[in-house]
Ligand binder design. Structure first.
Ligand SMILES: [Ca+2]
Length: 155
């Protein structure tokens, strides 16, 4: 009986350690990772779904991205018209990497999609997207953003 309990405790400890290790790996944010986006316009054919490539950093120290197949950019703008609250946006304009605000330098908050969040990385959440491509207007989209883990193999 004692042995059975001891064995179960050991097994629990092993599972706990494995879970902790997985959490560490999943929780580690690679600032220069590419991103996979889904859920744009709540539709599989949402225009901003797909692979986004890491391009570098903007002046706020946050990464910015370019869509792998479309002329779209994703970046954080601390004030898209010079005054508005900070937000992550997806747009067809490449951002300035030196401007402190209004990164597309149009003095307006014109873009395809935005998320009112100031995290250092773009994150999953309810993005507000313009969805004319799928026959809709502005839509609250349940966007899911995951880092693309690249593995290196040697032969
Ligand atoms: Ca702007």
């Amino acid at each position: 009986m004692m042995q059975a309990i001891g064995s179960r405790a050991r097994q629990s400890m092993r599972v706990f350690l494995l879970l902790s290790l997985s959490a560490l790996i999943v929780g580690a944010e690679d600032v220069s990772a590419n991103l996979q986006v889904s859920g744009d316009c709540n539709d599989e054919s949402g225009p901003h779904n797909g692979l986004w490539l890491y391009m570098g950093q903007t002046a706020s120290g946050r990464p910015y991205y370019k869509h792998s197949e479309q002329p779209y950019y994703m970046y954080y703008d601390p004030a898209c018209d010079g005054q508005a609250e900070g937000r992550w946006v997806m747009d067809s304009e490449a951002p300035s990497v030196t401007a402190e605000a209004d990164l597309d330098e149009d003095t307006h908050c014109f873009y395809h999609s935005r998320y009112l969040d100031s995290s250092m990385m773009p994150s999953s959440g309810v993005w507000r997207s313009y969805c004319a491509e799928v026959g809709l207007g502005w839509v609250d989209s349940n966007v899911v953003i995951t880092q693309v883990v690249t593995t290196t193999t040697t032969t």
